[in-house]
Ligand binder design. Sequence first.
Ligand SMILES: [Fe+2]
Ligand SMILES: [Fe+2]
Length: 180
Amino acid sequence: MKMKIYRCLICGDTYVGYEKPLNCPFCGAHEEYLVDGSEWEDRNTGFELTDVSKKNLEKALEIEISNSAFYRCAADKAQDKVVQGMFKALSKIEAEHASTICKLLRIPKPDITAVEVHCSKNDLENLKESSERETRASNFYAKAAEEATEPRIKEVFSALVEIEKDHLDLDHQQIERLSS
Ligand SMILES: [Fe+2]
Ligand SMILES: [Fe+2]
């Protein structure tokens, strides 16, 4: 087998491996956004942001920063090792979303490590809060995708809707496991 280079059209990060993963390992975007390194193009340039999209991206940035900080807190306090690993991964993915959004806003990415968000000592409580956060995020991104007139902004918000719904699915699985 030969090592290959794949690059994500949503977050721009590169994955090297034998095969194309089903999701971007960095932002969670679905397979269709992962392309061969030679086919990758920077889609963040060549257009102006409308006021509506700028406002929606700023709100999205707040959501991602808060969610990343929440997951970091939840991972630190986790009792269950599966939940701990999941929260840690989600914290990284939401931080990647924050930096993807900063690229679209054409601003430097903020230092998220300094942000503190309250979380519970109880895994189940945090899983429930996570599902509320992911629901709010995906609903907001669906609305933002609809409002966007720039194809790129529509594309990113639509990809984020799918990703946050995947997170919600993870929450439901772990809530079910811990409750049984
Ligand atoms: Fe990605
Ligand atoms: Fe996110």
